[in-house]
Ligand binder design. Structure first.
Ligand code: 5GP
Length: 205
């Protein structure tokens, strides 16, 4: 009995450690990961087609015009978006896919994929977030301040998410999210084919 995969959106404040958590989920449990398109410049060590599809603004706008993105946003000074084809292919093949995207994008995904699971990750406190962003050393102080400001704006959307996870310990966080995904997959609403099969099977007993 073929079953569609589950689409999970993982969002969190910039610096919440969601990138590390998502990489571990992929490595340990074999989830598929959507690679976003962005107009942001690649950071040191980032590879085109692995971390992002790095695009010019013109290329990004063409993707929007061609309906090639499930959702897109302007986040601070750059555009980010989720390519449509890969996500749909994975779901059709029954594979569970993770999107690591910010919250407005997450809510747009939910509007189009009612079945999507939305998980929000937060560090234990705002001061821990600030320390992490500064310690990471990938952005200058102006950008860090913009990201912190954005984080405080984003708190209003958390209520629309399904789960809130504090990322205090990597292993705990990864295991908890994996458990949530597995439990969510057992929901009756996500198992209509199985339910119909069981009903039918038992009606002939
Ligand atoms: P960064 O520049 O640190 O890689 O990403 C900045 C923010 O953009 C992060 O919160 C990240 O999750 C989010 N992001 C990455 N890809 C996408 C995407 O395709 N769509 C949306 N809406 N946000 C994204």
């Amino acid at each position: 009995m073929s079953k569609r995969g589950l689409l999970t959106v993982i969002s969190g404040f910039s610096g919440s450690g969601k990138g590390t958590v998502v990489n571990e989920l992929v490595k340990r449990y074999g989830y598929s990961l959507s690679i976003s398109a962005t107009t942001r410049k690649a950071r040191e060590g980032e590879i085109d087609g692995v971390h992002y599809f790095f695009k010019t603004e013109k290329e990004f706008m063409d993707m929007i015009d061609d309906h090639g993105l499930i959702e897109w946003v302007k986040y601070i000074d750059n555009y980010y978006g989720t390519p449509r084809n890969y996500v749909n292919e994975m779901l059709d093949q029954g594979k569970d896919i993770i999107l690591e995207i910010e919250m407005q994008g997450g809510l747009k995904v939910k509007a189009n994929y009612k079945d999507a699971l939305l998980i929000f990750m937060t560090p234990p406190s705002a001061s821990v977030l600030k320390e992490r962003l500064i310690g990471r050393g990938t952005e200058d102080m102006t950008t860090i301040n913009k990201r912190l400001h954005r984080a405080s704006e984003e708190t209003v959307y958390i209520d629309s998410y399904d789960y809130l996870i504090v990322n205090d310990n990597l292993d705990d966080c990864v295991n908890t999210i994996n458990r949530i995904i597995n439990v969510e997959k057992q929901r009756i609403v996500r198992n209509n084919d199985l339910l119909n099969y069981i009903k039918n099977d038992f009606s002939n007993i």
